[in-house]
Design a protein around this ligand. Structure first.
Ligand code: SF4
Length: 125
């Protein structure tokens, strides 16, 4: 059973209740299809410019998270009804994931639900 922490972007927090992310996690599909089973440990909201992400990730890890997934909307956008890479809410997400994975010693994955076609979730570890 993979123990998952979720990190969302504040730019979407009042529009999206994470329904797709939570369903994908429960069904171990989309960004979670590498796991046989997955359990949600907790959810935090990243706030610009992302300085707190390390501290939030440390808390998720202390609560049992073995890996942290960042929501797809942070690095992809919806266009003509489809999700495509680029143009997401965050213009420096890779730097945040690289720093969190290094400083917290926890794998960080780019992707949750509705992955762009052909995209395989990038893992920072
Ligand atoms: S730093 Fe990036 S992921 Fe974090 S709240 Fe800002 S735009 Fe969203």
């Amino acid at each position: 059973m993979a123990k998952i922490g979720l990190m969302r972007c504040e730019k979407n927090e009042v529009r999206c209740p994470l329904t797709g992310c939570l369903n994908s996690l429960k069904n171990v599909e989309q960004g979670f299809d590498r796991y046989e089973d997955a359990e949600l440990v907790g959810v935090f909201t990243c706030r610009c410019p992302g300085e707190d992400a390390v501290d939030l990730a440390k808390i998720l890890k202390s609560k049992g998270a073995e890996v942290i997934h960042w929501c797809t909307c942070a690095f992809a956008r919806r266009e003509d009804g489809k999700w495509v890479l680029g143009g997401g809410f965050c213009d420096h997400l890779d730097a945040i994931l690289e720093r969190v994975s290094r400083e917290v010693q926890i794998p960080c994955v780019k992707g949750t639900a509705h992955l762009p076609q052909g995209y395989r979730p990038e893992v920072f570890e």
